[in-house]
Design a protein around this ligand. Sequence first.
Ligand code: CA
Length: 226
Amino acid sequence: MRILVVEDEKKVARFLEKGLREEGYSVDVSHDGTDGLLKAHVHDYDLLVLDVMLPGKSGLEVVRELRARESSVPVLLLTARGDQDDIVLGLDAGADDYLTKPFGFDELLARVRALLRRGGSARPDRLIYDDLELDRVTHKAHRGGDRLDLTPKEFQLLEFLMLNAERVVRRTELLEKVWDLQFDPMSNVIDVHVGHLRRKLRESGDDPLVHTVRGVGYIFQKGEAK
Ligand code: CA
């Protein structure tokens, strides 16, 4: 699941980015409304966390423009304490929920999960392949009934592979989609994570499911790659 945080207070933005990443979400950050709106148009986010008071365009303008262009991405507004007007205007403009600053991270997470569960997007909350099941809302994965103990990055990797099951996924694609930063494509960061993921998948089933396609990347499927 990919989340865009639009927040001009750098400290708050960093705190949200770090916390959400630790929960296994992919996170992009924008520090003003104009850039945030642009990003929201270009990328296909599952959720926006949007501050109201922003340079460029205000959070309210961003929501209005998104809805005017028929985007149904869930929006969680961050409002200043006691600003009832912003809350009413925000919800009227098409925001799905709001949180008043200062807020606790647990409360933010609960609202994020609720909004993701409600969806709005056609994306399924659960991915199932053979005996493997991945819950994209609670970030838990099970194989044959056993809970897999995955790190947030391994979870994201598995999610991406399952979404692209039975097709060859190039290494550059993985770097782009799972590792937000531009890593050196020659680095072994992918191999290390794939290795760990395979080992964990094998603990609860015979088939490692993730197969290497030499010189290209990987394929997620039952049985060896053809
Ligand atoms: Ca602000």
